[in-house]
Write a protein that binds this ligand. Structure first.
Ligand code: OFO
Length: 169
């Protein structure tokens, strides 16, 4: 059984994961307006990934006999100065999520809740990937320096991303 404190913390994380998908949907819509369909598609895949993260947390809370309470979401930004700016915002957000996962691990250890600790390790590894994939896009945008041809090439590359659902446990 989950402690009430852990249940609340997991519920707060569920909200953050769903908010991530909301934020990336907003970024996808921004890229659509900017005629960067590859970046828009990359973000739409990120939306799906975030929803699978939220689902993993929800399943876990249910499995441990807890209760999921969905909270209200804040309105995300809808516009960014440049594509690089949007991806930099995504990296900042991912760092915030990583810190939040680390807090959950600390709580699990404090409470000697080793089941939660073990469950959360998947997310610890996932956050390494989340930060790395956004950083890689940022690196590409910086190399292109906002130039037309380079931007088009990056957009094509981003459009080749495919959604791979996480393996079922
Ligand atoms: Fe769920 O990892 Fe991104 O936010």
């Amino acid at each position: 059984m989950l402690s009430e404190k852990m249940q609340n913390a997991l519920n707060s994380q569920i909200k953050k994961e769903i908010y991530s998908s909301y934020l990336y949907m907003a970024m996808s819509m921004y890229f659509e307006v900017e005629d960067l369909s590859g970046a828009a598609s990359w973000m739409r895949i990120q939306v799906l990934e975030e929803l699978t993260h939220a689902e993993k947390f929800m399943n876990y809370v249910n499995e441990r006999g807890g209760r999921v309470f969905l909270e209200a979401l804040e309105k995300p930004a809808f516009s960014w100065e440049t594509p690089l700016d949007a991806f930099s915002g995504a990296l900042e957000h991912e760092r915030f999520i990583s810190a939040s996962i680390n807090e959950l691990v600390s709580l699990a250890r404090e409470e000697k809740d080793f089941m939660s600790d073990n469950f959360l390790q998947w997310f610890v590894a996932e956050q390494v990937e989340e930060e790395a994939s956004v950083s890689e896009v940022i690196r590409m945008f910086k190399l292109a320096g906002g130039a037309g041809g380079g931007l088009l090439m990056i957009d094509r590359e981003l459009g080749s991303r495919v959604f791979t659902p996480p393996a079922a446990e």
